[in-house]
Design a protein around this ligand. Structure first.
Ligand SMILES: Nc1ncnc2c1ncn2[C@@H]1O[C@H](COP(=O)(O)OP(=O)(O)OP(=O)(O)O)[C@@H](O)[C@H]1O
Ligand SMILES: [Mg+2]
Length: 526
């Protein structure tokens, strides 16, 4: 166990860490912070939800003085939501130190951003395209930047940001520290690292399997046209606190969110074609729990940290194994458990096996929840809500009528009727989703990690070694002491010399943005 007091950090930073409820450093933090504090370039890789943001954030803020009026640190992230979230985390970590952070992303009024830049933030967190706009307008000057972080660098490359990133990095002074972080490290990252990092230290905390161990994974084989029914039953049976459902395309997300709403679920959709206001509103509703189900494209796959996400559903399988790892990593974060379900059409079974090989994890098959299981789940929730209301009291206004009714009817009959009404007959609104084509299996060599290097001896606990008093201590669901599902391995041989060939051709863009050619389908995520 490594406490934060063991690092050479200012009391004000320690104070912020304590305030955030972090009791000990996660393994990636324990390894990266001392290296980053020395000013070395580094490549950091660790499973989803294991605190990579603070791993680069803490050293970064340690280098900046409060009264500095220059832009000293530049963090690049692939999506607007992620830029906002990283900015918030850095803001919290530097709260007592009093540094100024500013998220900069497309879709937001540029004049407003220019005004905010006049307040002299020292730390800018942005998406590459909008950052470059500001750099070209000279509203952001990079001449004093001494730290650059690329969060989810591989995703930024996949989205077609290579050129933007290159031209930004070329304008940052050479005497700088560059850090690159992600949960997965496909080979294209190597090229970027070779070009822009100086003798980087590789810091990785990756056990045999790439995905986070606290996520219970399963797949359901289901024909395309039955997917929606399967999803409704799954939600009913599992009654997630918060769930993210991933769909392949924007159209799919729109249709699915609407269909869920029609059936009475509290759901909304997120993709790159929505206006910034709409995107912000959806994320706000999801974070504060006023919607339970977020339906999203891969725009929500990377980095997003929303506490309370208990379930991830791949309504459509993702094309890339990396995407699978990042998507399911929206749950099982910070020492909490989560479940990840994937719908696989019969023709996609091969693709699922491919994902299993690359992620080195066998995904067990589960049967489609039956109607009875779905109903049982719904009833359980209703019963819980009823008992909560009993606990809460304040029922006097209803008691008179209750007594009257009980004099005339049998209590079991009455309560059953009440439960039936509360459960609600399923609104059988007819749902027609436009079918998506099945994904065809690609062939790559099975290793999602970088460079074929041996995994570092992963000595952390199976949950990534968390300890935070926010997580509610150990024991019970959501606890995290030495928990081990013993699912590692999955019967695949490690092929330590190889890594997959990474034929990651950027997918074509449909968002009408022509300036940068190689964007993929939801590339307006920036
Ligand atoms: N030392 C710690 N103790 C407890 N909680 C922590 C600690 N460090 C970070 N966290 C919390 O863990 C959560 C996940 O952190 P973060 O988003 O940085 O993960 P990540 O490794 O970047 O994941 P991803 O690969 O999905 O981007 C956040 O809510 C963060 O505040
Ligand atoms: Mg992250």
């Amino acid at each position: 166990m490594t406490t934060f007091a063991e690092f050479d950090l200012e009391p004000k930073v320690i104070q912020a860490i304590t305030e955030l409820g972090f009791e000990e450093a996660t393994p990636i933090q324990a390894k990266s912070i001392p290296i980053a504090l020395q000013g070395k370039d580094m490549i950091g890789q660790a499973q989803t939800g294991t605190g990579k943001t603070a791993a680069f954030g803490i050293p970064l803020i340690s280098k900046i003085a409060r009264n500095d009026e220059k832009i000293r640190a530049l963090i690049m992230a692939p999506t607007r939501e992620l830029a906002i979230q990283v900015a918030e985390e850095i803001e919290k970590l530097s709260r007592f130190k009093g540094l100024r952070t500013l998220p900069i992303y497309g879709g937001q009024d540029i004049v407003r951003q220019i005004r905010a830049l006049k307040k002299k933030p020292q730390i800018i967190i942005g998406t590459p395209g909008r950052l470059l706009d500001h750099i070209n307008r000279k509203t952001i000057k990079l001449e004093d930047v001494n730290t650059v972080v690329l969060d989810e660098a591989d995703e930024m490359l996949d989205m077609g940001f290579m050129e933007d990133i290159q031209s930004i990095l070329k304008q940052v002074p050479d005497e700088r520290q560059t850090m690159l972080f992600s949960a997965t490290m496909p080979p294209n990252i190597k090229r970027l690292a070779e070009q822009f990092l100086k003798d980087p230290e590789h810091v990785s905390v990756i056990p045999k399997q790439v995905s986070a161990p606290l996520i219970e994974q399963a797949y359901i084989e289901v024909p395309e046209r039955q997917k929606f029914e399967a999803l409704s039953r799954l939600i009913d049976m599992e009654s997630p606190e918060l769930a993210i459902v991933f769909g392949r395309t924007k159209r799919r997300v729109d249709e699915l969110a609407e269909a869920l709403q029609k059936r009475g679920y509290s759901a909304d959709g997120l993709h790159g074609d929505l206006s910034q206001n709409q995107r912000d509103a959806v994320m706000r509703k999801f974070r504060d729990g006023s919607i339970d189900v977020l339906v999203a494209t891969d725009v929500a796959a990377r980095g997003l940290d929303v506490s309370g996400v208990t379930h991830v559903v791949n309504f459509d399988l993702p094309q890339d194994p990396e995407s699978y790892v990042h998507r399911i990593g929206r749950t099982g974060r910070a020492g909490k458990e989560g479940e990840a379900w994937s719908f696989v059409t019969p023709r996609e079974i091969d693709h699922l096996h491919f994902i299993e090989r690359v992620t080195r994890h066998r995904i067990p098959r589960k049967p489609l929840p039956t109607l009875a299981e779905a109903l049982e789940g719904k009833q359980r929730i209703i019963a819980e809500r009823l008992l909560e209301a009993v606990e809460k009291g304040e029922l006097n206004e209803y008691k008179g009528l209750a007594i009257q009714m009980l004099e005339q009817y049998d209590s079991v009959q009455l309560l059953s009727a009440a439960l039936k009404l509360m459960t609600g007959e399923k609104r059988e609104a007819s749902i027609e989703l436009t079918p998506e084509d099945p994904i065809r299996a690609k062939r790559r060599k099975p290793d999602i990690r970088s460079g074929g290097r041996k995994p570092s001896n992963y000595s952390g606990r199976s949950n990534g070694g968390y300890n935070s008093n926010r997580s509610g201590g150990s024991g019970g669901k959501g606890g995290y002491g030495g928990y081990n599902r013993g699912k590692e391995g999955g019967g695949y041989n490690r092929d330590s010399g190889s890594r997959y060939s990474g034929d990651r051709k950027p997918r074509t863009s449909s968002n009408g943005e022509t300036r940068r050619p190689a964007r993929r389908e939801d590339s307006s995520s920036e």
